[in-house]
Design a protein around this ligand. Sequence first.
Ligand code: GLU
Length: 507
Amino acid sequence: MTKKVRVRFAPSPTGGLHIGGVRTVLYNYLFAKQHGGTFILRIEDTDQSRYVEGAEAYIFDCLDWCGLTPDESVMHGGDFAPYRQSERKDTYAKYAEQLVKNGFAYYAFDTPEELDEMRQKFKTHDNPSPQYNYEIRERMRNSLTLGEEEVQRLVSAGAPYVVRIKMPINEEIKFTDMIRGEVSFSSALVDDKVLLKADGMPTYHLAVVVDDHLMQISHAFRGEEWLPSAPVHILLWKYLFGLEQMPQWAHLPLILKPDGNGKLSKRDGDRLGFPVFAMDWTDPRTGDKATGFKETGFLPQAFVNMLAMMGWNDGTEQEIFTIDELVEKFSLERVHKSGAKFDYEKAKWYNHEWIKKLAVDRWQLAVKDDFAKRGIDISGDAKLKRVLELVKDRCSLLTDFYEQAKFFFEAPKTIDVDSIKGKWNEEKTAFFREWASSFDKVEWNAVTLEASFKERASSKNIKVGELMLPLRIMLVGGKFGPGVFDIAEVIGKSETQQRIEHALRLL
Ligand code: GLU
C-alpha cells in the first residue's frame, strides 16, 4: 500500500525566514496539493538556547502573506498535535532508551571541561577539531568504557549524562534521494551525535526522526545543508522503525549568492542592497534589522513564482506561473541538482510582470499604505485606481509607485525649470496663460485637452513639440510620467491651472 502523502516543513524558530526556507515551504506545499496530501508545519524548538521570541509567529505571518497555508500546525490544529516539539518532550526519551538497550546508543558522562580537554589533546595538524567518534569514544567516560556498575552508580547519584548514537565503524550508509538519486556516506566520517541532552530534551536528530515517524510523514523535503545529517537520520530510522517506514527524502539545491560563490546569506542582501528574508525581521536580542520582500514592495504571487523558478522549470520557456499552474506542473524530477543563483534584477522582473498581470484592486491597498507611510493620505479609491493604471508599466516594485505617482496627489516640490529655460520666450508664456484661462470652455478630459492644446499651438504658430516638455515639467516637476494630458485630466482643472501659473512665475 502506498502511503498517503504527508509532508512537513519543520523550521526552528531561531530568526527571520530566509527565501531558501520559503522555497522549501513552497515545494512541500505544491507536492502536497498535487497529490491531494497534507502539508504539516512542525515547530522544531528543542534547542532552547537558540529560541528567539517572536520567531514562530513571524513564520506564520510569512506563510500567510505567501498564501501557503499549512493543513496541520500549532495554529491550525490536527490529529497529530502537539506540533511544537518542546511540548512533546516526554515522547522522545523512550526511543533513546530503546536505542541504548539495543546497543545502538550509549550514555556519555563527559563534562564540558572533559570535552574541551579531548579537543585539545587529540588535535593534530590534519584534524584541527577532533570529533567524538568511534576512535575517541574509547577514551572517554561513557557506558561503553565504564562498566555497568559504574554506570549504575553514576546514574543513581544523579550525574548528568547525554545519550549518543554509536556510529558503526565502517559501514556504507545509502539512500535514494528524489533529486540526487543514490547518495552514500561512510559511517566512519560521522561523529557520535548527541540524541538526548542532559536535561532530557532530544536534539534535532532524534526529534526529527521520531516525529516524522509519529506524524506519518511520507516525503521529507529540506535544504541541501541538511544532507550531512542524513546518515544519522537513516541509521535512526533503521534502528527504531525500519527503513521501509522511512519517508522519501529530497534535499533541495541551495540558493546561492549572485556570483554563485556559496549560500546566499542575509549579509549578502545587506551588502548588495536587496532583501533575503520574506518579511521584515528585527532580532529581539540584538536589534539587528533585516528587510523583507513584502516591505520592499513585492507581490506575494510574484515572490512565490520567482521562488518556484529558483531550482525548477517545467521544461518549456514559460516563466510566469500562477499557484494553481504550479500545483499542476510542479515535479521533483525537474528540480535541479545544482544550486540556483539569486538574481535580484530577475526577481524585480517577476514582480513587474505580476503588477501588469493582476487587477489593480488586488494590490491597490498595499500602495495606498505605502503612500500613507510616506505622508500622503489618499482618500478617493477611484482616482488612485486610475493613477495606478496610468503608471504601472513604469513600476517594478509596489514601492516604486510613490516616486512615479506622488505628483498626482500633491504639487511637485521642485520644478526642473532649468531644463526648459534656455528655449523659453514671451510667446510661450502667453500661450500657456491663454490656454489655462480657456479651460472653462473645454470638456475636462485628456482627449479634448490635447485637441485644444494643439489647436492653440498651431494658431499661434508654435511647434507642439516645443510645448509638450514644458507642460510636463509644469505638471510633474521633471521629465517623467505617463501621458501629460492624462495627468492634467486626473489632477483636475484648478490644480492644472495653479501648476502652470506657479511654473510661469519661476520662468
Ligand atoms: N529544524 C530543521 C530546520 O531548522 C529542519 C530540517 C529538516 O527538515 O529535517 O531547518
